[in-house]
Design a binder for this molecule. Sequence first.
Ligand SMILES: [Zn+2]
Length: 435
Amino acid sequence: MTQEVFNQQLCQFLGLATTPFHAVREMSTTLASSGFELLEEGVAWQLKPGGKYYLQRNGSSLVAFIVGRDSAPVEGMRMVGAHTDSPCLMVKPTPEKTRHGYFQLGVQVYGGALLNPWFDRDLSLAGRVSFESEDGLLKSLLIDFREPIATIPSLAIHLDRDVNKKRSINPQTDILPLLSQISDEESPDFRELLKARLLQEHPDCNVGRVLDFELSFYDTQAPAVIGLQQEFIASARLDNLLSCFAGLRALLESDGALSTLLACNDHEEVGSLSAAGAQGPLLSSVLKRMVAGEEEYVALTDRSLMISADNAHGIHPNYADRHDDNHGPILNRGPVIKMNANQRYATNSETAGLYRMLSAQEDVPVQSFVVRTDMGCGSTIGPITAGGTGIRTLDIGVPTFGMHSIRELAGSRDGWDLSRVLRRFYNYRGSLVAS
Ligand SMILES: [Zn+2]
């Protein structure tokens, strides 16, 4: 694979993975077609050396792993973590609003969304719909309208003269997407609309009544490689589907000799505490099933290492004072090791050292990030995984601009570089523990 092909496939993935459910579906399709076997959590597993497996939880989190041909899981797992969710606007349970002949939907803000960029976009809607089938069974299916079916128009500057100086957004009143115009007699029923969409996308779904849904709006502008010399990738959900994709490519291209794993969890943007989130028991439950008992499980955790991959903040040329002078990552100059003395990131000198070593072997540059000492620091799934499992962990990620915007920006080289370092990690036969 070349960088160009990697970026083409990344853009295709970003365009199809419009929700965590769709991201897991796309990754599952790729894994299945690459010889990975689907496991059910509720059924006994018969894992074999050389076997390749994956499983889903809630349809929105995914774990894929290889039982090494030459090295059993108890000898130590090489693991990569990322998250499938991104900040967005989610439709409320009773969303219909009709005012002045317009049909709008009430929304909740999921995660720390940057709201300004949501105005004046051609939006579509996707997610999971749960319904009662005609024969009285509970079912769920994914839908994605694909077409632009909504927008949130800005207020004209003439009606808010100070807007460029002091704009604030009220998420309850200012960001309701507008779907259509209706007559005074009409009262649209959102569940009926979903039923029609279910039948269109899944003609045999036998839908009786739509019960509930988890649907979010997204921008229909396609992901693109941009810049005078194609330096950048512009897309929604780069945080953190770029890392999911880089980890997946690395796993698929690893040599399968060692025991390796990729965990992509939902709900990172809202704190990770859920049945499918990184603070839930998914990862430890999978790892426990790979070994014979408690003694072996402790040995596995002691010998394993997790690289938690989540995007970092590049130093912005217009706002350079938001970074420490010596820790301002630049796009296309390599993935970033994230450090924080107060353990907002799980990196320590040994785990960072290993990552630097692997990057040098792959001829990939490395940058490092600490937040300004007078500013608060974000966090990610690294400390949560380390705290929950006791496995040594480090936090890294490619530098980006506009994190949590509806369209973020990354360097067109960094994702490819990240994926190659992760593949080298999966194939790394040395000890993961410093002696
Ligand atoms: Zn993230």
